[in-house]
Design a protein around this ligand. Sequence first.
Ligand SMILES: CC(C)(COP(=O)(O)OP(=O)(O)OC[C@H]1O[C@@H](n2cnc3c(N)ncnc32)[C@H](O)[C@@H]1OP(=O)(O)O)[C@@H](O)C(=O)NCCC(=O)NCCS
Length: 164
Amino acid sequence: MKTEIRPQRVSDANRFYEILSSPNFIYFSAKPKSIEDEKNFLKLNPQKRREKSEFNFSIIYNNINVVAVGVRIIQGRAYTGEIGYFIDEQYWGKGIATDAVLRLEEFIKSKLKLHRLEIFMAKGNKASRRIAIKCGYQREGLLKEMLLVEKVWHDCYLYGKIIS
Ligand SMILES: CC(C)(COP(=O)(O)OP(=O)(O)OC[C@H]1O[C@@H](n2cnc3c(N)ncnc32)[C@H](O)[C@@H]1OP(=O)(O)O)[C@@H](O)C(=O)NCCC(=O)NCCS
């Protein structure tokens, strides 16, 4: 079984929308309201790459798009990247997100001049925390009420890793 990543395409919109509509994404705030909404997000990807602000990928597992991993470079913190990910729930627990983060790190190390990577996750998001730990990130702090999902504020852990 092989996990690969490739840049997202506008034609991924239906798949992304379907997966993000799941009620089981309880710690995830970036849910599109419609397929059109998702298409508009995906259309901005080439511009974000040119600006070096975001590099978003689809995750391909056994030739199936099982969804997304990406890195965002925060304005004013040019050497730090924030990693995010989500996976089709049919494919949870197979190590795909962990593999995808490692593939993304290969891309980052070869193409971007980043020094530090961060992953934030809600305190209760144990699967996401495991991914950070398995990929060699260390817990650096707890950020109070950083994430708002459906009108509920969640404290988030910050995990970090120095890569160069
Ligand atoms: C978080 C998410 C990306 C994990 O994807 P995945 O492909 O299943 O992750 P992996 O299989 O690589 O690793 C998951 C790890 O978490 C563990 N895990 C899963 N659910 C868990 C739970 N409820 N409690 C404790 N550990 C859990 C798995 O056992 C595995 O660890 P292990 O390899 O030591 O056994 C997926 O659940 C998801 O898309 N969730 C919704 C969106 C989201 O929360 N994204 C992250 C925002 S920070």
